[in-house]
Design a protein around this ligand. Structure first.
Ligand SMILES: [Zn+2]
Length: 189
């Protein structure tokens, strides 16, 4: 049994019913993520959307757990060439709903605590957005050798003011070595 994700839901009932939510989300519904990326690129199976799966369950002591994963291909500025690079991210979700800081401290380290009020609905889109924001690489870059070459938009400018100065030949250590060798040969003769 799976359904698309409502904006707000009662986590206790969802866990009681062992609800599983799967689907895709457009970037427009995740405004914080939309601000942090250039956009989304299509996933392997089609659309430029976020793909998610969330399964609610109750542990033996009646506590709510949410397991799942979130996948997206983020379009980010490459920090080496400033061109656009598509970075596939896949983030696991392992959440434990808690009612107090004390409960959060007692959690297994593999679970992330989510503080909720007793009868408050939760907003799972926020969890998905948080996971994707955390999954953004600190320094997004193309793979080595795949950066975009710097493009000169004005050929005449490039001719009059070369960006790369070629070093004068006399500074070339190998040229100096060659001249020393030839001089030595002259002395012998
Ligand atoms: Zn690059």
């Amino acid at each position: 049994m799976s359904a698309s994700l409502p904006e707000r839901l009662d986590p206790w009932r969802a866990a009681q019913a062992a609800r599983v939510f799967t689907g895709t989300i457009e970037l427009a519904r995740l405004p914080r993520l939309a601000e942090a990326v250039l956009g989304l690129a299509p996933l392997a199976q089609g659309q430029a959307e976020v793909c998610y799966r969330l399964a609610f369950e109750r542990d033996p002591r009646g506590r709510v757990r949410v397991f799942g994963d979130v996948d997206a291909v983020l379009r980010l500025p490459c920090q080496r060439c400033l061109g656009e690079v598509a970075v596939a991210v896949s983030a696991p979700l392992r959440l434990a709903l808690v009612r107090s800081e004390q409960q959060a401290e007692q959690l297994d380290e593999t679970l992330d605590p989510v503080l909720v009020e007793d009868d408050e609905p939760v907003q799972p889109l926020d969890w998905i957005e948080d996971e994707l924001l955390l999954a953004i690489p600190a320094v997004p870059r193309h793979a080595p050798g795949e950066c975009e070459a710097p493009v000169s938009t004005d050929a005449s400018l490039a001719e009059s003011e070369p960006l790369l100065e070629t070093p004068p030949e006399r500074d070339n250590p190998f040229a100096i070595l060659a001249s020393l060798k030839s001089r030595g040969r002259d002395d012998e003769g």
